[in-house]
Design a protein around this ligand. Structure first.
Ligand SMILES: [Zn+2]
Length: 161
């Protein structure tokens, strides 16, 4: 996976170099920058018309971000947020072993799905669109994605042709 030139001064970024027709739901390494790994948490297959709705994506974002930053590796979480295409999320972790990253993602989803009773950050002061949040939507998506990860053989490598 290498960055290719689009024009003289513009290179295609690494995440555009992955063949999205081959990506299925799962967990992958998107890129590595020094000790920071960007994980691709892919909740939907790309370009098949099945996208997270914004309520679902936003709600899961609030819950996942809060729990993962309160997890044992919380101080090594650089970022968590949704992809604009609404087929997944990016999670950036610094200096976290791969297996621990996978365990943490699963544990976080499990906590959302089965052990949460309040939507975090659901007030005007805390969020830019606080009325568009639903704990039920977050739980449903967390369950769905956790089931996928539990059945998957997670190698963290993108599928190749
Ligand atoms: Zn928000």
């Amino acid at each position: 996976m290498s960055e290719t030139k689009l024009t003289e001064n513009i290179n295609r970024i690494t995440s555009f170099c992955v063949d999205h027709d081959l990506i299925t739901e799962g967990m992958y390494i998107s890129r590595i920058d020094g000790d920071t790994v960007t994980y691709d948490l892919r909740t939907r297959r790309p370009n098949l018309g099945d996208y997270m709705d914004n309520l679902t994506m936003h709600s899961l974002e609030h819950m996942f971000a809060t729990y993962v930053r309160n997890s044992p590796i919380g101080d090594r979480v650089i970022y968590f947020g949704p992809m604009g295409c609404r087929t997944g999320f990016y999670l950036l972790l610094r200096d976290v072993p791969r297996e621990l990253a996978i365990e943490t993602v699963k544990a976080t989803l499990e906590r959302i799905a089965y052990n949460s009773d309040v939507m975090f950050g659901a007030s005007r002061k805390e969020c830019g669109n606080y009325l568009e949040l639903s704990l039920d939507a977050a739980k449903t998506e967390a369950k769905r994605y956790l089931d996928i990860l539990n059945k998957a053989n997670i190698t963290l490598a993108y599928p190749e042709a």
